[in-house]
Design a protein around this ligand. Structure first.
Ligand SMILES: Cc1ncc(C[n+]2csc(CCOP(=O)(O)OP(=O)(O)O)c2C)c(N)n1
Ligand SMILES: [Mg+2]
Length: 382
């Protein structure tokens, strides 16, 4: 019996805006759905400048002891901007990792809250009502499962909502990625999995942690639609996410998008990337900086100038600095607040701890007796 082909696949790579700031005319013809207008690009470019300023200022805050740790978004901004702009504010869900500042801001998270979060203040995760963004997720991979759950809930309730989750290349080596993808595709939920493949998971290069040539192909294993995009191309990212969103809304289920990008900064302020990356590599990616590309595009169209650049940088710097002042003057937290935001209705055990923690030392409190030395297994009162 002849051997037949059980499965074949190809993965498309989308680039619309090249490194000289030129649009591919065939891919951006007037009327093409998901192509950004000049007004949108201008708006997004200004936000890009603001996010870059935030990165610089947050870095200095950490170095001067006023911020615990901070992961710069530098170099990857086209991902959060393009994807965030393709999702509907107040309708769709943004389920971030920790390098998507722009998408969070666009969907209503105040910059104060992002800074509070990285300063170690839990209140930075309590967003204003109506904001459809989940908290920044540092435990790698966990948020992908949340996105699957959110999208599944939308499907069960027949709501016209789509969830997009962001994660890194390293996160696709975690079980959470595979569980989330499997469940999402089997249940055919309206979810978009957006991988920012920035080539590194801290100091581990992509090729040292996976043998697969692309990350997109991992989605094929689960029956998802897949696409690879130039992640430093604002237009390509926006188009791919826009198409995935429309497909999800029409019942077409899950898309995995692999965005090829690069983090230009250290992993976080706790890292020194010079110890494991070559200067040549960094320089080659600096030439592909998404900001340069969008700026060249706007300049070609006569929509941007040196003067506007200087003005916008000044405006953004002042805006971020004013936000920092607000955060530094944020009122101190009440002690009880660490108990209050986890559950809608506080469980009895937590309520007792909140009641007793400032009046009893450990082991002297009945509610904490399970922690005292004489405790027998199974003797807990709760
Ligand atoms: C479950 C878990 N394991 C390990 C870590 C430590 N850690 C923080 S970031 C990171 C690398 C993540 O790489 P990637 O997913 O590529 O995201 P990137 O930081 O490159 O955007 C690791 C291992 C963590 N936060 N959570
Ligand atoms: Mg990475």
């Amino acid at each position: 019996m002849p051997i037949r082909t059980a499965y074949t696949a190809k993965i498309d790579h989308l680039q619309i805006l090249d490194e000289q700031g030129r649009l591919d005319p065939a891919l951006s013809a007037p009327g093409t759905p998901g192509i950004l207008s000049d007004e949108q690009v201008l708006h997004l470019y200004k936000l890009m400048i603001e996010c870059r300023q935030l990165d610089e200022i947050a870095f200095k805050l950490q170095r001067s002891g006023r911020m615990h740790t901070y992961p710069q978004n530098k170099g990857q901004e086209a991902c959060a901007l393009g994807a965030g702009a393709a999702m509907r504010k107040g309708i769709d869900w943004i389920v971030p990792c920790y390098r998507e500042n722009a998408a969070m801001f666009m969907h209503g998270v105040p910059m104060t809250h992002v800074l509070l979060h990285w300063a170690g203040d839990e209140r930075g995760n309590q967003y204003p009502p109506g904001v459809r963004v989940t908290p920044i997720a540092v435990p790698i991979g966990t948020q992908m499962l949340h996105a699957t759950g959110i999208a599944w809930a939308a499907k069960i309730q027949h709501k016209d909502e789509v969830a997009i989750t962001f994660f890194g290349d390293g996160a696709t080596s975690e079980g959470d990625f595979h569980e989330a993808m499997n469940f999402a595709t089997v249940m055919n939920v309206p979810a978009i999995f957006f991988c920012q493949n920035n080539q590194w998971a801290i100091s581990v290069p992509r090729e040292s942690q996976m043998a697969s040539e692309t990350i997109a192909q991992k989605g094929l294993a689960y029956g998802a639609q897949v696409m690879q995009v130039d992640g430093n191309d604002l237009f390509a990212v926006h188009k791919a996410v826009f198409d995935a969103r429309e497909r999800a809304r029409a019942g077409g289920g899950v898309t995995l998008i692999e965005a090829i990008t690069y983090r230009l900064g250290d992993h976080t302020t706790a890292d020194d990337a010079r110890r494991y990356r070559s200067n040549d590599e960094v320089e080659s990616w600096r030439a592909k900086d998404p900001m340069i590309r969008v700026r060249l595009y706007l300049e070609r169209k006569g929509r941007w100038s040196e003067t506007q650049q200087a003005q916008e940088e000044q405006r953004a710097e002042a805006a971020v600095k004013a936000t920092v002042e607000t955060v530094l003057a944020w009122p101190a937290a009440r002690r009880e607040e660490i108990f209050e935001s986890m559950y809608k209705d506080m469980p009895k055990l937590l309520a007792e701890q909140m009641e007793s923690w400032s009046t009893h030392s450990l082991g002297m409190d009945r509610a904490q007796q399970g922690l005292s030395p004489g405790r027998k297994l199974g003797a807990a009162t709760h």
